[in-house]
Design a binder for this molecule. Sequence first.
Ligand SMILES: [Zn+2]
Length: 246
Amino acid sequence: MTGWERYAVVSCHAERPLDDRVWAAFERLLRDRPGGFAVTPLLRPPDTASGENEERWLERARVAASLAPLGHHTHWGGPTQARPKGDVDAAAIVHREAEWLRAQGLEPRFFCGGGWYLDPPVAETLASFGYVDCTATTFRQPYLADDAPRLQLDAPARVRLPSGALLLELPATHSVGMLARGVARLPGLVHVHFHDWELVDRKRSAAIGVLLRLLGRLRRPIDAAQLAERASAAQEIPWPGATITR
Ligand SMILES: [Zn+2]
């Protein structure tokens, strides 16, 4: 299955949509589409326990949804703690957020776990809501422990979960830094990810613009929904366990 060779897709972990400067930069990116990329906004829902404003968040999420296929990003320990800590029920938090989003009339189709966290109960929850998951990566994060729950896949795949449900994975292939270093030897499919707050660092924001315009010439830009369509018959693999390290 090579329905995605020579294509590229870009997603952004929108972790600080209530920060006015970050949001302004992110909205500009969604509207400008550098390199022709409709960047998939993976939005972290508001954390009311941290005082985040739901109404303003919803206004901004609706703008994002009008500009690109909407996604959902979960931080399991509040705004600054991406991966679950202690005995939090990671799947229950995803379930609660997914239900809240739908109760607000938003239906994000894409998901990415904070800190690349994925375990079987979270994966089952994602499948039950019909999400396409972007938590897998083609690379190993050097800062994660060997046994940290995550998922590493070489290419898009339909993962058969223990319950029998299927979860389509669209693994990220590059961070911005990896793209800058690896632009001369790109794989067939490129899935770049970055964070909304990187856009308020002037040098980094400029680098993102340059790299996306270059990538848009080297690979055909598509959005996450178009990649999901192309990957709809991707290889089916059994759930490989909470962690793959290779
Ligand atoms: Zn995050």
